[in-house]
Design a protein around this ligand. Structure first.
Ligand code: DON
Length: 573
């Protein structure tokens, strides 16, 4: 199954990191920290360091985020990016300002609904996943530019871009996980590039080794154009022309005009409640905020904590909620700029109760018996997340992605950056699963300029008007359920941030009708009990890669970086 196949590839980096060879000893990596003032938690120690230095130099959380995003594009090419997109959820320290920025990729003007189908109307395997046609118009640079314009405290764009330029130009030592990732994807890089690509050695039989220097000269030049010209250094002029030329060579459809036309959008964040806590999360084109609030709404009236963490009752309750929520996701969710998404109806508490009314505490409901809810009347494989809190309490949750690991495996010749394969997040054909096994229909059909539906769920939680938690993760459709579990781990199971982040997880998504248990998440008796209730239990080796921050009762900050990926590092002061 494609979902499993993808997760296998995704987990490769993590698992490979656990093999015999000693880790590259050059980076010190902390998985948990308690700090007085500020925390940065990202997927790479060099990116966390860049962000921390910005904060120490007087920048705020947004300044740090811009520098982190660009640094990740250099040191974490598997998911960090300027050729992809993402979402920001922001809350100012005084709580007066909450914001959501959508810098998700857009379908190019030439795109159309059936672009991945053959003459018989069948989805052409791989066409939306590898190579030029898989890419949407990238949004990350515009995202950085917009958040900088609105919230920067340093007001020194060049200062924020420079660390990424230095890392690209002088090079940096790659970790064991990165070396393994680059080696693993060598075939794909060779197949999908029209020019020699920096991620493949000149002698293609040579492999990457831990601690080797990776220099990205062309990427450094692109970053310099961004440093000197701001967003126009990417969306106009040389970089846009290089993208268009790459597309012509490789048969892709993004034009220089598509680049110029790209715009990020400030959206009204989703605001929700759970057991007296307030939540701020991402609205469409992410399904994250809606799905998270539906899940929390469904379990809120059940006292699952008393049955025990990862007890059959806990896992069963969550799985049954997930089944219903993902059915709604498949039917109703897409880019609300193009499709009328019934946002308010979906998160309406009465609807949520009614949707969960047939929950049976003793028995799994077959997914075949569940469909997306009905409403009467109309309504008026790789990603990365970073969480930052600065000394003023400003909080940033950003999830950003190329989609799969190294995106479309296609580098823009002469510009040195990887293109996303976000087009696969659209529904190529109703009912045909994407990379994450998610299906969709009209709501998420391809339309020029439309943004593909996402699961990314950058989320901020507050309590009594004060910052409480910042959380998010990669993981495709497992993003929503991972964020759901981390939040309930803290609120219901009273875990600290580190325990809540590192705890084993499970996932279910309506279709396929399976319950995925992370290895070690339960004992044999619990697995058997779940099976006897009717769940098709499947073991998975890793779910999510959460970076999180909690404000403790004593006012200190606790930050956590996931242990599932070796390089994730949290820093603070
Ligand atoms: O936007 C989405 O939902 C996906 N493109 C995210 C991909 C992802 O998380 C892959 N990472 N593990």
């Amino acid at each position: 199954m494609r979902l499993n196949h993808y997760l296998f590839a995704l987990l490769f980096l993590t698992l490979a990191a656990c093999k015999q060879k000693p880790a590259f000893s050059g980076y010190s990596i902390q998985k948990s920290i308690v700090a007085d003032s500020a925390i940065v938690s990202t997927a790479h120690p060099l990116a966390s360091e860049v962000g921390l230095q910005v904060l120490k130099d007087g920048g705020n959380a947004i300044d740090a985020a811009v520098a982190v995003q660009l640094a990740l594009a250099v040191v974490y090419p598997v998911a960090g990016n300027i050729g992809g997109g993402g979402f920001l959820v922001y809350r100012s320290g005084d709580g007066q300002d909450v914001a959501a920025l959508d810098f998700r990729e857009k379908a190019p003007a030439k795109a159309h609904r059936d672009m991945y189908l053959d003459a018989e109307g069948n989805v052409i395997e791989g066409k939306s996943i590898e190579g030029h046609l898989a890419a949407g118009v990238p949004g990350s640079v515009e995202g950085c530019w917009q958040m900088y314009q609105k919230y920067s405290q340093l007001k020194d764009w060049k200062r924020l871009v420079q660390p990424a330029i230095d890392l690209a130009e002088k090079g940096f030592r790659i970790t064991e996980s990165e070396a393994n990732g680059l080696n693993e994807y060598k075939r794909g890089f060779i197949k999908n590039n029209t020019k020699a690509c920096v991620f493949v050695k000149k002698d293609t039989s040579e492999i990457w080794k831990t601690g080797e220097l990776l220099v990205q000269t062309e990427l450094a030049e692109t970053l310099k154009r961004i440093r000197d010209q701001g967003r126009d250094g990417f969306y106009r002029g040389k970089t846009a022309d290089l993208v268009a030329a790459e597309m012509q060579r490789g048969g892709g459809w993004i034009t220089a005009q598509d680049m110029t036309d790209y715009h990020a959008v400030w959206r009204k964040p989703m605001l929700g409640k759970y057991r007296g806590y307030d939540l701020i999360s991402m609205p469409p084109p992410s399904s994250g905020g809606i799905a998270l609030f539906q899940l929390l709404g469904m379990v809120e009236h059940h006292s699952f904590a008393k049955s025990g963490f990862h007890s059959p009752a806990h896992i069963h309750l969550f799985t049954e909620a997930e089944r219903r929520v993902y059915a709604d996701r498949a039917k109703h969710l897409g880019d609300a700029d193009f499709y009328s998404v019934p946002v308010a109806s979906l998160v309406d508490s009465q609807y949520i109760q009614q949707r969960f009314a047939n929950f049976d505490p003793n028995k799994a409901t077959p997914s075949s018996g569940i469909e997306g809810g009905e409403f009467t009347g109309k309504e008026s494989k790789q990603t990365t997340h970073y969480s930052i809190v600065d000394a003023e309490g400003n909080a940033v949750a950003i999830t950003t992605t190329l989609n799969a690991g190294y995106g479309a495996l296609t580098v823009v010749g002469g510009a040195g950056f990887l293109l996303n394969n976000e087009m696969d997040d659209f529904s190529a054909k109703p009912g045909v699963p994407n990379l994450y096994g998610a299906i969709g229909g009209d709501a998420n059909a391809i339309v020029p300029g439309k943004r593909p539906l996402s699961s990314m769920t950058p989320t901020i939680v507050t309590k009594d008007g004060k910052l409480f938690m910042v959380v998010g993760t990669p993981g495709g459709t497992t993003i929503i359920t991972s964020v759901f579990q981390v939040i309930t781990n803290v609120i219901d199971f009273d875990m600290d941030m580190t325990a809540a982040t590192h705890a084993k997880r499970f996932h279910s998504q309506w279709l396929p009708d399976e319950l995925y248990l992370e290895k070690g998440a339960t004992n044999e008796a619990t697995r058997k009990k779940l099976q006897s209730m009717g769940h098709k239990v499947v073991e998975w080796s890793g779910i999510g890669q959460v970076e999180s921050i909690l404000v403790r009762k004593d006012g200190k900050l606790e930050g956590a970086a996931d242990i599932r990926a070796k390089d994730d590092a949290v820093m603070g002061y």
